[in-house]
Structures are given as C-alpha cells and as structure tokens.
Design a protein around this ligand. Sequence first.
Ligand code: SF4
Ligand code: SF4
Length: 452
Amino acid sequence: MVDATWGTGEPPRDVLGPAADPAFDADHPPRKELVADCVHCGFCLTTCPTYVLWGAEADSPRGRIYLMNEGLGGEPMSDSMVAHFDRCLGCMSCVTACPSGVQYDRLIEDTRAQVERRHTRSPRDRALRSAIFAVFPYPRRLRLLRGPLRAYQASGLARFTGPLLQRLSPTLATLESLAPRLRRVPPPPRRVAARGSRRATVGMLTGCVQSAFFPDVNAATIRVLAAEGCEVLIPPSQGCCGALSVHNGRRTEAQRFARKLIDTFERTGMDYFVVNAAGCGSSLKEYDVLLADDPRYASRAAAFTAKVRDLSEILVELGPVAPRHRLPLTVAYHDACHLGHAQGVRSQPRALLNGIPGLTVREIADPEICCGSAGIWNVLNPVPAAELGDRKASTVLATGADLLVTANPGCLMQVASALRRQGGRIAMAHTAQVLDASIRGLGAEPLLRQTA
Ligand code: SF4
Ligand code: SF4
C-alpha cells in the first residue's frame, strides 16, 4: 500500500500521525477485533469474483480488510479506498472460504454504512443511486413499470434500442437487458388455507422485484406451502424488507423498512416467516443485528429473526406430505450467493429437487463464484457484471441440463440476460416452481417453456 504522502515531499504518514479526518467515525466502524481475525492466509482470494476478474490485492477480501485496518488506523476515506469497497459484490464467498472464521459480512456492512454517510460521491453516482432507491424498494412503484415494460417488450423495439443504449449508457442497457418477460398474474389473496390438516401458520414475504417481475414464483410458493399443510398469510400492506438498503450502506432506511415489516407481521400469530428470495432472506435473518440499538424493537426483532426461514428450509423442516409426480428433467442447480454463502442453505434445495421422481440434479462448475447480479451491483458496475454473467452462463450451459433452477430473482435475471447475449438457450425456474409442477402433476412441459 502506497502511503498517501508518497511523492508529495511531505514526511510519511507514520511520522505525521493519523489523518485529520480519519475514514471512520465512532458510529459502528468496522470492528477492530474482527479485522484482527484475518491472518492474511489468502485462502479467500480465488473465490472472490473481483480478484478473479482483476487479480489485484486491493480487490480481494484480504486487501479490503487491509484497507479497513488502514481506515481504523486513521487514514482518510480516499476515493480509491471507496472504489475498492464499492467493487465488492457482497457475495460472501470469502466468508465460506475463510478457515479463520473472519466475519467479512459484518465488516463490509459497517464499512458501507460509513461510506454512505461520510463520502461524497460524484453527481452522476449520486443521481443513479437516488433513482434506484426511489424505485426498487417500493413494490407499488415497481409494479407501475410493468405496463410500459410489457408494451415495450411486445413492440419488439428492444432489437433496435439495445445496441444504441449499449453505446449511450451501459447502465441503461443493463437495466433493459435484465427485464424478464412479463406475464399477467393476479395478486395473491391475504390468506390461503392449508390443504388437509394444518401443520403450521406462515407469514410470507412477497418481495419487491419478486412481486413485480416474478409474481408466478410467489403464486407457486403459496401453492406449495398450502399443499404441504401450511396456512399462508400474505398481508398486502407489507413493504420492502430493507435488504437492498442494508447491503448498500443505507442503514437508517433499512431500519425503517424492518420496523414496518415487523409491525405488519408480528400480530398475525405466524409460526414462521417464509422467504423465497435469497437476498431478502439473508437480511431478514439479521434484523436482530440491524435493530440491536433500538430499545423499542431490539427484542421484537430478535423474536422475528428466529422465525425466518427460506422456503427450502421450512419444507425440509416440516417434511413432505404432498405426493410428488414424475418430472423427467435434468436440472442445473445454481446456489444464489445470499442463500449458499450468506445463509449456508445448500443441502435443502438439493434434497427437495432430488425428492422429485424422474428429476436429476447436475452441479455447475465454480459454484462459489457469483453470477455478477449482487443486488444492484450489476446496474452500478455493468461491464464487470456482464463478464461474470457470461462466465456463469457458460458453466450453466456446459452442464447440458434442460432447466436452470435457483432461488433468487436477481440471479435469474442476470443469467437470463447473459444467456441471451451468448445466444444460448436453457429453461429457467425457481425451486418453488419445480416443486409446484411436480405436486400438481403438470409434467415438465410448462417449465421447459420458461426460457431466457
Ligand atoms: S464479498 Fe465477494 S466480492 Fe466481496 S470480498 Fe468477499 S468474495 Fe470478494
Ligand atoms: S481466508 Fe480469511 S484469514 Fe485468510 S486472508 Fe482471507 S479473510 Fe483473511
């Protein structure tokens, strides 16, 4: 690491003492004892997508922890320091790989919150982030986009505007290419009764992107839960869970969303809170940390967190009662980072898929490497995100599977976009849709029609 005074004729920083305005203030800086857990072994390097792309130490987990340590030592928050933090996808592959148990997830979350409060971004970056956060965490605003988007998709204009947008603005081109093909699906009811005797009462998160762009995944999730004996509660007033905000350092906004979600669900009498989007699930399981300093909500958040389950977790916990029908399919299962790395949920989706007669699960090479979606990372970093998407799409196609299955809307959109770019073809579905097709005896055909 080059000292900030290098080449200026000034004495080096260690002679000057700490910078006048150190990178971090006292409001939840990255914790020194967690930084000290890193023994610099480098086992995490080859699992880090940005290190794989660029091979630069400062764009590795170890390098970023080093930069945090510099900040804690009094270095100022320079543009280059922020750039290396911003380039982190938050995929948590390094958490899985680290033999020393370094809690990089906690470190980067605290670091990002400091960056958002203390660093002045460029006007373009500020405008882009403001636009994203004025729309993405608001399901109603996102749903308003459905009409114009459907009309645009039906017009076939994308063939002409795509290349132009790519030249004018890679960010807009990325947004355009990510949009999934939309179908009309009625909104879910407030409550769906369990089929047969009730085994559990579950609240269900409908999500922002999931409810606006993948309502059929929510519909499948509700049917599967009901078929497995769950009464499903789906209050229409629920909003965003705050995942996008907390993963981008907007802690106050995330806390506001979290409090509202707790208010909405805690009086429903639910036994569990079920999530079918990996990114949302990982932040919901950390509400206890997010609201730990709030005397009104700390214990309520802890109680709420204890009830959160990914769909695959609750289904395995309860055990199957609904008969499965044959699905003659070969599927490639993609571990969404926020399900595999952040929540450690890997065996449950595979167990559920392997429980379907006629279905074979194939593994994808380099499963630990992110597809480049990472919340809004692909919108903020369109060029490297496309490169990661292309790598993932190639490994998916190499499996020779009929169907790609994953549990996160962002991954589905990112891999679908890369497949379209490569001219590849594979059907895509959420785990819930595969289970739903099997339980209802629909056969493989409807799933195989869901192409990128
Ligand atoms: S979270 Fe992902 S991108 Fe960030 S340092 Fe860890 S492995 Fe690299
Ligand atoms: S694997 Fe863990 S201990 Fe080793 S360099 Fe990476 S973060 Fe540090």
